[in-house]
Design a protein. Sequence first.
Length: 172
Amino acid sequence: MKTLDLTKLDLRDALDFASLIEEEAKERYEELASQMETHHTGEAATFFHFMAKNEAKHGEELAERRKRLFPSLPCRVDRSMLWDVEAPAYETVHAFMTKKEALEVAYAAEVKAYDFFVEALKVMPAGEVKALFEELRQEEIHHQELVKAEMAKLGPEDSFPTEDFADEPVAQ
């Protein structure tokens, strides 16, 4: 597995890396949405689909920017170099999630991504790449605000104890 030295990124690699972060998050949200659909947890699934679309849109914007700036240069960054930067953690998701719980998972993922960019900026030399990472850090703040706005819309009926709906273990 190749590693990525953030201090040595050029703008082309940084844009590729950022696009891959968004792609990974989009795919994870799609996977989580599918799981929620399997468990007939429609509101959580709908929200995870919404997040997947947001991640896809941001990834497409970054990819388009990369294509415009470096149209014929090959990609030198691949998914093996990612550290689960923005994708929600699997262990935060469970069957019968409420929309509120789905929002909390998304919010934690956005905070995780923000923290990644904050730490990366500490070691990044001044220049185009640092400016891009500053932009990406700001984008994570925007995503956090988006999720918080959705949380503010929830009513008390959106926070029921999910263990009420889980079946007790059955002896084999």
